[in-house]
Design a protein around this ligand. Structure first.
Ligand code: S3P
Ligand code: PEP
Length: 425
């Protein structure tokens, strides 16, 4: 696989970029549709490695999946009794943490496996929780087998979800189909990525499933009930949008993103506040066009990213370009993402001449120094690859290793980035 020479534009970026659907919303919609009381039509479905793995996993268990003949982002999901099958989780947290509970509702064995790198991502919390809820499982991480019996007892379970919000979401999404529903109690340091749990709760409510929860994010309850079919319209992926908006910030340019939602549970929306703190101007017009205009020089930030950890690689890349010292905190859990993102970001920022130090729960980045071109390593992490592309806008000749890994959530990333930068061939 050859390295990709990242575009180095001759002038500030000036572009409008329409983003494909949200990974997190797509994968929740697919699961809710598979568990629903009738067929659901999903429009704006993200088609990427993570979401295709979810589609294939559900299909392997017997769910009917029909693709629109002319529009691959329109998918009709028809629930059917779930049966034995095999599920490839790839490196997708949403697949490895959300599908075991679905598999437990199947009649038969569901064998789960995934990428070599996925084997070190935290998973035992979900499997132990399901065991406590009456499910028979062989294994404590990938590969593992869920021995589905067609029903799950459910009831009360105590977990430590401080390593990933997906442990909570993965139980909540299927819980309405458990005989006794679920009562989850979290014990441990605060759960990260809380907007993603809000997303789960909001989407369950849309499907007719009420979730009771306490404000301090330690208890969630779902009673057994019918999951209603919903025709879902998926919002654009705002975490992926953050990378393009960062291009405006990095080059004193302009980037506009259409269809920016007025309200959303996507944590990616928070990029707007961070970019403003770094000096960018933001405008959200009545027709849904969000526009970012970058400042002449970027200001450093001191930010707690515990709720929006997904944005860290984008923000860290900008911090390496900012004039001064930035501190990113509250993100120890990023060590269990696609790769240890704190280590990967500090290694790569330092490789290209920056100054980045890991702390216990984040990064300290001294920006403003002279960066030089090198081969930015991606660690099979889509957001590491896109962070390298951001730095490439300001460093002539920067190369990104394995840029194809962006297919995890954005298969067209290279074409979209080159078009934005005006360097498409
Ligand atoms: O539920 C989801 O869709 C996600 C939750 C978050 O995971 P963590 O809580 O593990 O950070 C986020 O980082 C991930 O990209 C998607
Ligand atoms: C952490 C991420 O992904 P996953 O859903 O695999 O956890 C991410 O996309 O930043």
């Amino acid at each position: 696989m050859s390295n990709w020479v990242a575009p180095f534009p001759a002038s500030p970026i000036d572009a409008t970029v329409d983003l494909p659907g949200s990974k997190s919303i797509t994968n929740r919609a697919l699961i809710l549709a598979a568990l629903a009381d009738g067929p659901s039509r999903i429009t704006g479905t993200l088609r990427s490695r993570d979401t295709d793995l979810m589609l294939d996993g559900l299909a392997a268990m017997g769910t009917g999946i029909a693709y629109d003949a002319t529009d691959p982002t329109t998918v009709t999901v028809t629930p059917d009794p779930l049966h034995a099958g095999t599920v490839d989780c790839g490196l997708a947290g949403t697949v490895m943490r959300f599908l075991p509970a679905v598999g437990a509702l199947a009649s038969g064995d569901i064998a789960f496996d995934g990428d070599e790198q996925a084997r070190s991502r935290p998973l035992d919390t979900v499997l132990d929780a399901l065991r406590a809820l009456g499910v028979d499982i062989d294994g404590d991480g990938l590969p593992f087998v869920v021995h589905g019996t067609g029903s799950v007892r459910g009831g009360e379970v105590t977990i430590d979800a401080s390593a990933s919000s997906q442990f909570v979401s993965g139980l909540l999404l299927s819980a309405a189909r458990f005989t006794n529903g679920v009562q989850i109690t979290h014990v441990g340091p605060p759960v990260p990525s809380m907007p993603h749990i809000d997303m789960t709760i909001e989407m369950l409510q849309t499907a007719g499933v009420a979730v009771e929860f306490d404000r301090d994010a330690t208890r969630w309850t779902v009673a057994p009930t019918t999951v209603r079919a919903v025709d879902w319209a998926i919002e654009p992926d705002l975490s992926n949008a953050s990378v393009f908006l960062a291009a405006a910030a990095a080059t004193a340019g302009r980037v506009s993103v259409p269809r920016w939602p007025v309200t959303t549970t996507q944590p990616g929306a928070a990029i707007v506040d961070v970019l403003q703190q770094m000096g960018a101007a933001v405008d959200h017009s009545a027709d849904g066009l969000l526009t970012v205009r970058g400042p002449e020089s970027l200001a450093p930030v001191d930010a707690d990213l515990h709720d929006i950890g997904e944005l860290t690689p984008t923000i860290a890349a900008l911090c390496a370009l900012a004039d001064g010292t930035s501190t990113l905190r509250g993100i120890a859990h990023l060590r269990g993402h696609e790769t240890d993102r704190l280590k990967a970001l500090s290694t790569e920022i330092n490789r290209v001449g920056g100054d980045c130090r890991e702390t216990d729960d984040g990064l300290v980045i001294i920006g403003g120094g002279t960066l030089h071109a090198d081969v930015w390593q991606s660690y099979a992490d889509h957001r590491m690859a896109t962070a390298g592309a951001i730095l490439g806008l300001r460093v002539n000749g920067m190369q990104v290793e394995n840029v194809q890994t962006t297919a995890k959530t954005m298969p067209d990333f290279v074409a979209m980035w080159e078009a934005m930068a005006g360097t498409a061939s």
